[in-house]
Design a protein. Structure first.
Length: 249
């Protein structure tokens, strides 16, 4: 393929990934605790070109790619629900739950009591305390949760929720829509010293539907322009081939 087609095709692929990401953001605009994703663009140069100095006229062909996605961890708006099992965090931090393959971290505080009386996430993962235990309800009376995460019932302490945070260089990836897990099993989170729990509230998604919709329209327009570029390149190549055939005939 010629450089124009290669660049346009690479641009189409990058825009397709962006469309998928924006669609996922919009689909979770009403999901409590969801954190929006963004893309980081870069230019790809083949390893062969990087390994040897480029010689000849012009410059080596580079193509646009999405090097990686990054997550916006900014806090969403807190909404009052008056449900005693709904918890929200202000400041930096995450609740810790026992996942199927290790600890999971979330800002989605839509919790419930399981059939066994354990405080669990909406997906059924038990919340963990600072001493790596679970919160076990002892009666039908409502739970009381202090700002530091201490859970009480009937005046008795059931445990203190483990609130954690991550350093800037800690590898963290998404697990589902509202959970995060550490990519490196050797890495450890730190205590969320500034986080405070608010009972009877939920943190909304930090996705801006209006901004995402505008970006979606812009990406669609870029997608159409790149499609036209590929069509134009194909027509130019066809015309060049026909002219060469006429000259040689």
């Amino acid at each position: 393929m010629d450089p124009l087609t290669i660049s346009a095709a690479s641009g189409l692929r990058a825009r397709t990934e962006t469309l998928d990401m924006l669609a996922n953001n919009l689909a979770n605009a009403a999901t409590s605790g969801f954190k929006s994703d963004h893309e980081f663009y870069n230019l790809y140069v083949s390893p062969e070109v990087q390994a040897s100095p480029f010689e000849g006229p012009g410059s080596p062909t580079t193509v646009p790619v999405i090097e990686k996605n990054w997550t916006d961890f900014s806090q969403g708006t807190l909404m009052r629900t008056d449900n005693k099992l709904d918890l929200a965090l202000t400041g930096k931090g995450f609740f810790t739950a026992r996942g199927p393959s290790g600890p999971l971290y979330t800002r989605n505080g839509s919790f419930r009591l399981s059939a066994k009386g354990e405080l669990v996430t909406s997906e059924g993962y038990p919340l963990l305390t600072e001493d790596n235990k679970t919160i076990q309800s002892q009666s039908d009376n409502p739970l009381q949760v202090a700002s530091d995460g201490e859970v009480l019932q009937d005046g008795q302490t059931l445990g203190k929720l483990r609130l954690v945070d991550f350093s800037s260089n800690t590898p963290v990836g998404k697990f589902g829509s509202t959970y995060f897990q550490m990519s490196d099993p050797q890495a450890k989170p730190v205590a969320a010293s500034s986080a405070q729990v608010e009972q009877g509230k939920l943190e909304s998604s930090n996705v801006s539907p209006a901004e995402s919709a505008v970006r979606l329209v812009n990406v669609m327009r870029q997608f159409e322009m790149l499609q036209r570029a590929i069509t134009l390149s194909s027509q130019m190549n066809r015309s060049a081939t026909e002219e060469v055939a006429k000259v040689t005939s």
